[in-house]
Design a binder for this molecule. Structure first.
Ligand code: HEC
Length: 405
C-alpha cells in the first residue's frame, strides 16, 4: 500500500506526459483536417464544365498526384467507406478534459487557487470550473439560435464581449494561469460541442436523406456551415492560450484578461486575412495592422517595467547574497530543491533547483521572469513572499547578481 501511495505522484507525471502527447497529436489532426477542408473548399476550380461536379482541385503531395472533385449533390451510389472526421474533435476534447483533471483538479490547491485573488476550497474551484465549461457552451448555443445570428457584426461583437467578460471573471476567481487555461477550455468545449451537436448531426442528416432519396434539411446545413466558420476563427486564440503558459508576461500581467482579449482579436484577424485570401480577396493591409497591434501590446507591457527598473536606486549597494539566498531558500527552496519538502512535490518542478549559488545564477533570467516581471512564482504565493523581498531580488539582479558577498 505504502508503495502505491509513493507511486502516485510519479503516476500523475506519466499520465500528464501521455495524455498531453495524445492531446497534441489528435488536436493537430483535428485542426489540420479542418484547415485543409476550408482551404480545399475555397480553392476548388468551379469553372469546370461538368453537370455532376461543383468543382475540382489538383494537387501533388508525398509522391503522388491527387484529383479531388466536389459533387453537386449526394453521390448516385454510396461508396463502401465514407470518412467523417469526427473522432479527431472528440478525442481532442476528451484528452483536454482529462488533462484539466490531472493537472488542475487533482492539484486544485496549488494550480487553480490563488489565495490573494480568492480563497476558494478545491471543491468550489472545481465546481466553478465545470459551470464555466458547460455554461459558456450553453450561452453561445442560445445566441446561435437567436435572431442575433442573422447580423454577423452584431453577433461577433456580442460573443467577443461575453468572452472578455468570462476571461475577466475567471481571472478574478482563479490563479492567473488556471484562468487562462479555463478560457481556452471554454472555447475548446464550444468548438468540440459545435462538431458533436451541430456539424456531425447535419452531416448525418445529409447522408440519411441521400440514402432515403429525400431532400436534406437545408437549415441544418446552413447552421453547420456557420458553426464551422466560428470554429475556424476560434482556433488561433485557443492555440495561443494552450502555449501561453510559457509566457508569464501575458497571464501574469495586472490586466491579463485584457491582454488575452487583445491577442485573441489579433489572432482572429490574421485568420480572417487567410480566409479572405483563400477566397482570392487580398486584403494585405491586415497583416501589417496585426503586427502593429502586437508591437503596441509589447510596448504597453514592457515600458512600465523598464521605467520601474530605472527607478531603483542604484546607489544602494547593500544587498548581500546571504540575504537573497535566504529569501530564495524559504520562499522557493521548499519546492525547487532536489528533495522538495512541500506537500505533494516528489521532484523539483521542471527540474529547477536553487540549492547552490550556481543553480540560482543559472536560472537568473527565469527567476526574473517569474518573480520580478510578474508574480507568477511562488504559485498562488503559497510561501508568502513579500513585495520587499521581490524588490530586493530585483535590486540584487540589477546590481549584477554577485554571489561573493
Ligand atoms: C509550492 C511550490 C513552489 C514554490 C514555493 C515555488 N515554485 Fe517555482 N514552480 C513550481 C511549479 C509547480 C512550477 C512548474 C510550473 C509549470 O508547470 O510550468 C514552477 C516553475 C518555476 C520556474 C520555471 C518556469 C518556466 O516555465 O520555465 C521558475 C523559474 C520558478 N518556478 C521559480 C521560482 C522561484 C524564484 C520561486 C520563489 C520565489 C518559486 N519558483 C517558488 C512550484 C513552486
Amino acid at each position: 500500500m505504502e508503495f502505491f501511495i509513493s507511486l502516485y505522484p510519479f503516476l500523475l507525471d506519466w499520465l500528464d506526459l501521455i495524455v498531453r502527447w495524445i492531446h497534441i497529436v489528435v488536436g493537430i489532426a483535428w485542426i489540420g483536417t479542418s484547415f485543409y477542408f476550408n482551404w480545399l473548399d475555397s480553392r476548388l476550380d468551379r469553372q469546370i464544365d461538368n453537370e455532376n461536379f461543383e468543382g475540382e482541385l489538383w494537387s501533388v503531395h508525398s509522391g503522388g498526384f491527387y484529383h479531388i472533385n466536389k459533387l453537386k449533390g449526394p453521390p448516385k451510389e454510396f461508396p463502401k467507406e465514407l470518412h467523417w472526421f469526427k473522432w479527431e474533435a472528440y478525442t481532442t476534447w476528451i484528452s483536454g478534459f482529462v488533462l484539466l483533471i490531472i493537472i488542475y483538479y487533482l492539484n486544485a490547491e496549488g494550480m487553480m487557487i490563488d489565495k490573494n485573488i480568492n480563497d476558494l476550497s478545491p471543491f468550489t474551484a472545481i465546481v466553478i470550473s465545470l459551470i464555466f465549461l458547460l455554461g459558456s457552451w450553453f450561452i453561445y448555443d442560445v445566441l446561435c439560435k437567436s435572431i442575433l445570428i442573422n447580423n454577423t457584426i452584431f453577433f461577433t461583437i456580442t460573443c467577443l464581449f461575453l468572452a472578455i467578460l468570462i476571461s475577466y471573471f475567471l481571472t478574478r476567481v482563479f490563479g492567473s494561469r488556471a484562468a487562462y487555461i479555463h478560457v481556452g477550455a471554454c472555447l475548446g468545449t464550444i468548438m468540440a460541442a459545435n462538431v458533436f451537436r451541430v456539424i456531425i448531426p447535419s452531416q448525418k442528416n445529409m447522408v440519411d436523406a441521400a440514402l432515403a432519396n429525400k431532400k436534406p434539411n437545408l437549415q441544418k446545413g446552413i447552421d453547420a456551415k456557420i458553426r464551422s466558420i466560428h470554429n475556424n476563427y476560434i482556433t488561433l486564440p485557443v492555440l495561443f492560450i494552450m502555449i501561453s503558459s510559457h509566457f508569464p508576461f501575458t497571464y501574469g500581467h495586472k490586466y491579463n484578461w485584457l491582454i488575452l482579449a487583445f491577442i485573441s482579436i489579433i489572432g482572429a484577424t490574421v485568420r480572417h486575412y487567410f480566409n479572405l485570401r483563400n477566397k482570392k480577396e487580398y486584403k494585405i493591409w491586415i497583416l501589417p495592422l496585426a503586427t502593429f497591434g502586437m508591437i503596441c501590446l509589447m510596448l504597453y507591457v514592457s515600458i512600465p517595467k523598464i521605467i520601474q527598473n530605472e527607478k531603483i536606486i542604484i546607489s544602494n549597494n547593500e544587498i548581500s547574497f546571504y540575504e537573497i539566498n535566504n529569501i530564495i531558500k524559504y520562499r522557493c527552496g521548499v519546492c525547487h530543491t532536489t528533495k522538495p519538502t512541500f506537500e505533494d512535490f516528489e521532484n523539483p518542478p521542471l527540474e529547477i533547483i536553487f540549492d547552490t549559488p550556481e543553480d540560482i545564477l543559472k536560472n537568473i533570467d527565469k527567476i526574473k521572469a517569474q518573480v520580478i516581471d510578474t508574480d507568477v512564482m511562488p504559485p498562488g504565493n503559497l510561501t508568502g513572499i513579500t513585495e520587499t523581498e521581490r524588490e530586493k531580488i530585483n535590486l540584487w539582479i540589477k546590481l549584477g547578481a554577485k554571489i561573493n558577498n
